[in-house]
Design a binder for this molecule. Sequence first.
Ligand SMILES: Cc1cc2nc3c(=O)[nH]c(=O)nc-3n(C[C@H](O)[C@H](O)[C@H](O)COP(=O)(O)OP(=O)(O)OC[C@H]3O[C@@H](n4cnc5c(N)ncnc54)[C@H](O)[C@@H]3O)c2cc1C
Length: 124
Amino acid sequence: MEARSRYGEVTDNLVALLTEIVGAKNVLTGDERENYARDETPKSKPFLPDVVVKPEDTNSVAKILKLASERNIPVTPRGGGTGVSGGAVPIYGGIVLSLERMNRILEIDEDNFVATVEPGNEQI
Ligand SMILES: Cc1cc2nc3c(=O)[nH]c(=O)nc-3n(C[C@H](O)[C@H](O)[C@H](O)COP(=O)(O)OP(=O)(O)OC[C@H]3O[C@@H](n4cnc5c(N)ncnc54)[C@H](O)[C@@H]3O)c2cc1C
């Protein structure tokens, strides 16, 4: 059995629900997905996600993961895609959860030299 067939399909209905959560410009289903098919692993083979979703906050992340869980859709989180071990590559297709819009500094604790930041950055 091919690994992808173990999972649910990304349907038009699912894409519509994802669009309700993050807005149309933050759901990619076209050629732009190729930018999310690999990371910086040398000589790696690309794997195209079915859809890329770019939430702006944790509430949206929770809604996306709930939908994916209900439909058994694989989710690959992605920060900047600069990893060199293939972790951000969506080998089973499904959803790439790109955190590139979650790039804010939340707090700088000068007394303890601790910066709390969101997980994304914009490498691509
Ligand atoms: C030129 C170059 C130099 C580098 N130098 C260093 C170095 O000096 N030190 C070093 O440690 N690394 C280095 N790296 C590796 C890489 O930059 C780091 O591993 C970096 O931390 C990856 O961050 P990212 O946001 O790009 O992660 P990604 O590549 O997007 O993701 C890495 C893994 O984390 C998962 N992930 C991402 N975000 C989340 C999230 N919010 N929640 C759960 N899982 C998540 C992904 O699914 C994936 O498995 C280098 C890479 C390059 C290309």
